[in-house]
Structures are given as C-alpha cells and as structure tokens.
Design a protein around this ligand. Structure first.
Ligand code: MN
Length: 253
C-alpha cells in the first residue's frame, strides 16, 4: 500500500510497528485515489505522530457494502469531549506532518470534508489512558497463533506474536507486554529456557507468564513452575479457560 511505504521511514525512526490488515475478500472499490490516499496518509501520519510506543495499524474491511478503513494506534488516546473538535479544527500537528511529508498531510478537517464528499463518514473511538493490555504469544505453530488471534480480536487485548523462543525473549524485553503466553515446545530457545531468561531480566522479572504445556508430558507443569511461570495451561485447552486465566493475571490497575 502506497500509504504505508510513504510513512514507513517515520515509523522506523520512532521504533513503531506499522502494519496493515487487508482481507483477501475485500472487493475493489471505485474512488479518487488522488484524494483517498492523502486522507489515509493524514490519518496514519497523525497516528504515528502521537504514538510513542507500540504500533499503528491500518485495517480495511467491508461493512454493509461500504469499505471501512480503520487506523488504530497505541497512542495516548483522545478525551471524549474532543471527539467532535478533533476533525473540525486545524491542529498544529497537521502542519508538522504536512511539512515532514512534503504536502501529503492534509488537515484533519480537510480529510473529513473529502471523506464526506465521497459519501463516507469519519469518526473516532478512544480509550484515554486505558491503553489496551498487551499480550505476547510465543508459539511456533501458526494454527495455534491464529486461534488465539481470533479469540482476542473480540476483546480489548492487543496481541503481539513471536514464532520461536529467541524472538519471544527479544520481543518481550523490547515491548514489555502485560502478559506472556509461552508455548514450551519451541525452536531455537525452548519455552522453559525462555521463561528462565525472562525471569532473570529486570524488565520481565514480574511479568505474568502462562506456560502452555503439552497434555501428554505431565512433568512439564512442574518444570514450568520451577522455571518461573506464573501459571500453566495444558493443551488442548478451552478458549474460555485461556481468557479467564488471562483476565485473572491482568487485573485493571
Ligand atoms: Mn510448539
């Protein structure tokens, strides 16, 4: 997507993850690309500007025969009483973004006008100061990752993933998730070794870790506990059990 490649340097510079989710079944839409691209550039540019850590994601899906674009970020949020004015006043930040990207950034007020001229609507949702809790899932099995991804999509949790023990340790130290789901059978570094490493690092010494153990290997549960896991769940587990365990280990503060 042109929008993402144009803004990737800013994301990289700030150490932010910039991703897009476009399902295969999204139909081609007719529209003025010369207008829609700058609108998205502006929304994503704003999201990058105000997000200090985490990620910015652009998602597209079809809702009631209309294409629905979402720009989601892990920034500080917007107070509810600002929801109306955020699109009506020209903000200083818009000028800065425009300056950095050679005129591609439009004011949010202009973005709103373009969207409405296209027969669309624009809006904002925000949870001020209640940034979603982040869960890191370390699992080499893509199908298992997809199941948990689908499960958490309908919750307020934000999921990040790693496919081996080494990447899991690096991601945990870097992103400091609120909770870690750790499969024990992992390539590169085993789940048990990863738990031990994370327990010995200051950043993750107290992070709740749920070890996902194999049903067949009963000794795994004691080993997981000895390594420092906070809790364990044996495969196959029910989505309900996983969610309630996650909830009990990530209380609202
Ligand atoms: Mn595995």
């Amino acid at each position: 997507m042109r929008v993402l490649s144009g803004l990737r340097p800013l994301a990289t510079q700030k150490g932010l993850d910039l991703a897009s989710t476009v399902p295969d079944d999204v139909p081609l839409a007719c529209g003025d690309e010369g207008r829609i691209t700058p609108c998205l550039m502006n929304l994503v540019g704003n999201a990058l500007k105000f997000t200090q850590q985490g990620r910015v994601e652009v998602a597209v899906d079809l809702r009631n025969d209309l294409l629905h674009y979402r720009v989601v970020d892990t920034g500080p949020g917007i107070a509810q009483d600002r929801f109306e004015t955020v699109f009506t006043e020209f903000r200083q930040a818009d000028a800065t973004v425009a300056g950095q990207f050679g005129g591609t950034g439009l004011g949010l007020s202009i973005t709103k006008k373009f969207v409405e001229l296209h027969g669309g609507r624009i809006g904002v949702e925000s949870e001020l100061g209640m940034s979603a809790k982040t869960i890191l899932y370390v699992e080499d099995n893509e199908l298992n990752r997809k199941i948990v991804r689908d499960l958490l999509r309908r919750t307020s949790y934000r999921l990040i993933e790693a496919a081996d023990g080494e990447a899991g340790i690096a991601t945990a130290l870097e992103q400091r998730p609120d909770l870690i789901l750790m499969d024990l059978q992992l390539p590169k570094v085993s789940g048990l070794d990863a738990v031990r490493t994370l327990r010995s690092a200051a950043a993750t010494a107290d992070t709740p870790i749920i070890a996902i153990t194999s049903f067949a290997l009963s000794g795994d549960q004691q080993k997981a506990k000895d390594a420092g896991a906070s809790a364990y769940l044996a495969k196959p587990y029910s989505p309900f059990d996983l969610l309630s365990m996650i909830r009990s280990l990530t209380p609202e503060t």
